[in-house]
Design a protein around this ligand. Structure first.
Ligand code: MN
Length: 251
C-alpha cells in the first residue's frame, strides 16, 4: 500500500483506512470513499488494520466491530492504550456495526471509538458522522476539495475511465496554462484568452473555485483593471490545487 497524493486536508481529501471483513461492505464502502475523493486502504481484519496503521499515516479509521481474530473493539483499545508502535493513539475511529443492541453505543465509546454507524450503512449518515468526528478533533475535512468529484463522477455516468481521461487532459492543459500565465507579462488580452480557456476546462472537471477565479481574471482583464497580478496569483494557486487533485485521483 502506497500513497503518492498530497497530504490529506490540503485538497479536502482524506486518507481513510477501512477495516472490514465482509466483502460486500468492502466493495460498497471503498467505492463510496473513492467517489468522495478520499484515498482509501483496506484491512480485512483487526491485525491487518494495526499493521497498515503502523506503516502509513491515516486521517481516519472506519472500524468494523465484528472481525475475525482481533476485532474492532480490541484493535481500538490497543490503539488508544498507545500499545501499537507508530500509530497515533488519538487517531479518529468510527465504528461500523451490525448490532443495534441497547448499550452498544456506550460499549463502543468506552472502547475509545469516536463515533459509530450501523449497517447497512447509509452514505449520508456515514458522511455526516465522519465530518462530525473530524470537526470535534479540529482535524482537516472542512476545506472543500478542488474538484466536486461526486458531480463529475455522476456526469461521467460513473465511468472511472472517462474521469481519468478528463483529469489527464486537464493536468496537461493546466501545466501549460501555468507557464502561459507566467510568461504573459501582465498583457490583458493574453491573460483574458488564457483565463477563458481555463474557465472552460475548470467547468468540465467541476473545479468550482478555479472556474470562478478564471472568470474573475477574464472579466478583470477585459474591463481594463490596471493591476491583474493578484487575480493571476490567485488563479495560479487554485490551478495548482486542481492539478494536484487531478493527478492524485486514485493514484
Ligand atoms: Mn464484520
Amino acid at each position: 500500500m502506497h500513497f503518492d497524493g498530497p497530504a490529506g486536508g490540503a485538497s479536502g481529501s482524506l486518507r481513510v483506512l477501512l477495516a472490514e471483513d465482509n466483502q460486500l461492505n468492502q466493495a460498497f464502502l471503498l467505492c463510496f470513499l473513492q467517489n468522495e475523493g478520499h484515498c482509501a486502504a483496506l484491512a480485512r481484519d483487526g491485525r491487518e488494520a494495526l499493521e497498515l496503521l503502523a506503516r502509513e499515516r491515516f486521517d481516519l479509521v472506519l472500524m468494523d466491530v465484528q472481525m475475525p481474530g482481533i476485532d474492532g473493539l480490541e484493535a481500538t483499545r490497543r490503539i488508544r492504550e498507545g500499545a501499537v508502535q507508530n500509530v497515533p493513539a488519538d487517531i479518529p475511529i468510527v465504528a461500523l456495526t451490525a448490532y443495534a443492541m441497547p448499550g452498544d453505543k456506550e460499549r463502543f465509546l468506552a472502547a475509545g471509538m469516536d463515533g459509530y454507524i450501523s449497517k447497512p450503512v447509509s452514505l449520508t449518515a456515514l458522511q455526516a458522522e465522519m465530518a462530525r468526528v473530524l470537526a470535534e478533533r479540529g482535524a482537516p475535512g472542512g476545506t472543500p476539495p478542488a474538484v466536486d468529484i461526486r458531480s463529475l463522477v455522476s456526469e461521467c455516468v460513473y465511468s472511472d475511465e472517462l474521469v481519468a481521461q478528463l483529469f489527464a487532459a486537464f493536468a496537461e492543459e493546466g501545466r501549460s496554462c501555468l507557464v502561459q500565465l507566467d510568461t504573459a507579462g501582465g498583457d490583458p488580452s493574453r491573460l483574458a484568452r488564457i483565463a477563458h480557456s481555463l474557465a472552460n476546462s475548470a467547468g468540465a472537471i467541476r473545479a468550482g473555485r478555479l472556474l470562478a477565479a478564471a472568470r474573475d481574471l477574464e472579466h478583470a482583464a477585459k474591463s481594463g483593471e490596471p493591476d491583474l497580478d493578484a487575480h493571476v496569483g490567485r488563479l495560479a494557486a487554485l490551478l495548482k490545487d486542481a492539478i494536484a487533485y487531478a493527478v492524485s485521483w486514485r493514484a
